[in-house]
Design a protein around this ligand. Structure first.
Ligand code: AMP
Ligand code: MG
Length: 533
C-alpha cells in the first residue's frame, strides 16, 4: 500500500464542492427562515462561538481526510470544527429537503442545524463531505436555534463511531467540540427549560443526501430540479451505474433499496433502535444518519423505542424498523416516479428490498446462533422466548456462544442455563414454565449444533464476531455525559477506545459489558429520550 504524506495544515486539504457547483443555489443571501424554492441549498456561514474547545476527535476519521494527529490538536482545528473559521477551499451551505415525520408529510425541513463545509477529496481519491451539526441557524431552522447541546453531541459522536466499528453502515464523526456558549433546552417539553453546554459535531460521510432531498422537489412538482439532483447524485455517489437514463434511475432506486435493507439487517443484529426513522433521516447511501433519540436494546423487547415523542404509537420500535424502512422507500419511490414514469421498475426495486432484507436477516440470525444455515423453527422459538422475561440481548448471545456441545445433552443444557443466568434482569421471572421452555429450546439447539459438527471453539469465534460484547449501552453514554457536563471528558475517551473493539473481550473492561444497572431503568437519557437536543 502506498503511504501518503499526512496533512499538517487544514488549508492544505483539497476540496471539490460539487454539490454547490453543479446544483442551483438559493438566490436570497440573507440568513432568514423561509421556504426555499427552485434551489438545492442556501449559502450560510456557521455562527461564531466564544470559546471553542475540542473535546475529542476520532483518529480513524482524521485518517480518511489524511489529517495528521498534530493538526487535529491544533488551534486551527479547534476553530474550524467549532465553526469559527473556514479553511481554504471550504464553502459553507445548508441544503433543502423535506420529509415525512411520523408518517405525515411535513413539507420543507432542510439542514436546520447542519452546515456543510464542502467535500474533501483525499489522497486515495475518495470524496468525504464535512458537515457541522449545531453550528447555528440556517434558512431551514424553522422555529429553532440551529444549535446542539453537549448531551446529544456526545451521543452522536460516540454512536457514529461505535456503529462503524460494529460494521454497521453509518455517517462518521470527526470531532466533538464545546462552543463555550449556553443553549437552553426543555429536555422533556414539560416546562422545565435549563441552560446546557453548546456543542458542535463535525460529521463526515461520502454524502449527506437524504430521501427527503428528492421528496421536497417532487412535492413541489419541480421535475426539472428533481432530475438535475437525481443526475447529480447518480454521477457523484453512484458512478458505477453509468450515465443517468430511465433504466439507470430504476437501477439506482434498486440499489438504494438494497443498501437500506442491508443497513436495517445490521441494526437488528446489534440491537440498535434509531428512534426517528422519518424520511428526512434516511440516507440514500444506506448509511445510519442523524443520531438523536436512538437507543440500544438492553432487555430484548421488539416493542421498545427510546423516543418519548413516539411513546404512544411506537412507530419506530425495534421490531418495526424493517417495515418502516420499506414504508420510507415507498415514499421515495413516489418522489422518483416522475423520473421513471412507470410503476413496474419501482415495484421491482421494492421487492429487492424485501428479498435482500429477508435473506440478509436469515443469514444474520443463523450467524448469531452459530449455524451454517437459517433454521426457521429454532430462530422463531428463540425470538418468542427472549421477550418472555427481561433478557439482555447482548449478553444472551455472548453467553450462548459458551454452549458446550460435547457433553451429554442434559448436562450441556444445564451448563448453558447456568452460563445464561447473567443475561437475566429479574431472576424471579425465571419460572418453572419458562425454564422448561428454555430447556426445550436449548435441547433442540444443541442437537442442531451436534448435527453441524463444527468444533465448539470455531463456532464460538464465529458467533463472537457477529455478537458484540460491548455496545453503547444507553446508561454508559449517560454516565459519560454526566461527567462531561462537569468538565470531565475521560469517560468519552474511554468509551471511544472501548468501542473500537466491540467484539473482543478487553482486559479490565468487564464493567462495560455488564447489563444495565437498576438505577438506570427509569432515568432520563438511559431508557427514554426526546427529540429535543
Ligand atoms: P430530526 O428529525 O430531529 O433530525 O430533525 C427534523 C428537522 O428539524 C430537520 O430539518 C432538522 O434540521 C431540524 N432541527 C432539529 N433540531 C433543530 C435545532 N435545534 N435548530 C434548528 N433546526 C433543528
Ligand atoms: Mg434529521
Amino acid at each position: 500500500m502506498t503511504s501518503f504524506a499526512k496533512i499538517t495544515q487544514l488549508d492544505d486539504l483539497t476540496f471539490d464542492n460539487r454539490f454547490i457547483r453543479d446544483l442551483p443555489a438559493d438566490e436570497e443571501p440573507l440568513n432568514t427562515r423561509r421556504q426555499v424554492f427552485g434551489a438545492c441549498y442556501s449559502r450560510v456561514l456557521p455562527t461564531q462561538v466564544v470559546k471553542p474547545h475540542c473535546v475529542i476527535y476520532a483518529q480513524e476519521v482524521a485518517d480518511l481526510l489524511d489529517l495528521s494527529p498534530e493538526v487535529c490538536v491544533s488551534d486551527e482545528f479547534t476553530q474550524v470544527f467549532a465553526g469559527n473559521r473556514l479553511a481554504e477551499g471550504m464553502e459553507a451551505y445548508a441544503t433543502c429537503y423535506g420529509g415525512h415525520q411520523f408518517g405525515n408529510w411535513a413539507g420543507q425541513l432542510g439542514d436546520g442545524r447542519a452546515i456543510n463545509l464542502g467535500d474533501v477529496i483525499n489522497q486515495r481519491g475518495e470524496r468525504w463531505a464535512l458537515q457541522l451539526k449545531g453550528a447555528g441557524a440556517t434558512p431551514y431552522s424553522r422555529g429553532s436555534d440551529g444549535l446542539a447541546v453537549l448531551r446529544s453531541s456526545v451521543r452522536e459522536f460516540l454512536c457514529s463511531e461505535a456503529m462503524y466499528h460494529l460494521g454497521v453502515p453509518t455517517t462518521r464523526a470527526l470531532s466533538l467540540s464545546l462552543t463555550g456558549e449556553q443553549v437552553v433546552r426543555d429536555m422533556f417539553y414539560d416546562g422545565n427549560p435549563r441552560a446546557e453546554l453548546g456543542a458542535v459535531v463535525c460529521r463526515v460521510a461520502p454524502s449527506f443526501t437524504r430521501f427527503g432531498h428528492f421528496q421536497i422537489l417532487a412535492a413541489r412538482s419541480d421535475e426539472a430540479l428533481l432530475k438535475t439532483l437525481a443526475d447529480y447524485t447518480i454521477r457523484t455517489d453512484f458512478p458505477e451505474l453509468g450515465e443517468p437514463s430511465i433504466e439507470v434511475y430504476g437501477q439506482w432506486f434498486t440499489e438504494i433499496c438494497r443498501r437500506t435493507a442491508e443497513m436495517v439487517v445490521q441494526w437488528q443484529r446489534v440491537g440498535f433502535v434509531h428512534g426517528v426513522m422519518n424520511t428526512d433521516n434516511m440516507s440514500i447511501l444506506g448509511l445510519t444518519i442523524d443520531y438523536g433519540p436512538y437507543g440500544w436494546l438492553e432487555n430484548y423487547d421488539p416493542e421498545w423505542t427510546p423516543n418519548t415523542t413516539d411513546a404512544e404509537e411506537r412507530r419506530y420500535r425495534f421490531g418495526n424498523q424493517p417495515a418502516i424502512a420499506f414504508w420510507n422507500l415507498v415514499q421515495l419511490a413516489n418522489a422518483l416516479y416522475p423520473l421513471i414514469k412507470r410503476v413496474e421498475p419501482l415495484k421491482t426495486a421494492l421487492t429487492v428490498y424485501e428479498q435482500t432484507f429477508e435473506q440478509g436477516w436469515q443469514a444474520m440470525m443463523a450467524a448469531k446462533l452459530g449455524l451454517s444455515t437459517f433454521d426457521e423453527q429454532l430462530c422463531g422459538e428463540l425470538l418468542a422466548i427472549l421477550p418472555l422475561v427481561e433478557t439482555d440481548m447482548t449478553l444472551f448471545y455472548r453467553k450462548l456462544a459458551l454452549v458446550n456441545s460435547t457433553l451429554p445433552v442434559a448436562e450441556s443444557v444445564a451448563d448453558a442455563i447456568h452460563q445464561l443466568s447473567d443475561a437475566y434482569y429479574v431472576p424471579e421471572q425465571l419460572t418453572a414454565d419458562y425454564l422448561a421452555r428454555l430447556t426445550q429450546w436449548l435441547t433442540h439447539y444443541i442437537h442442531r449444533l451436534q448435527q453441524e459438527g463444527v468444533a465448539d471453539d470455531s463456532r464460538r469465534v464465529g458467533m463472537n464476531a457477529v455478537n458484540p460484547i460491548y455496545v453503547l449501552r444507553n446508561y454508559l453514554a449517560q454516565l459519560a455525559i454526566d461527567d462531561a457536563e462537569q468538565g470531565d471528558f475521560a469517560k468519552i475517551h474511554e468509551l471511544l477506545d472501548l468501542l473500537r473493539n466491540p467484539y473482543n473481550e478487553q482486559a479490565d473492561k468487564q464493567q462495560f459489558a455488564a447489563k444495565r444497572p437498576d438505577w438506570a431503568r427509569q432515568r432520563a437519557g438511559c431508557s427514554m429520550l426526546s427529540c429535543s437536543s
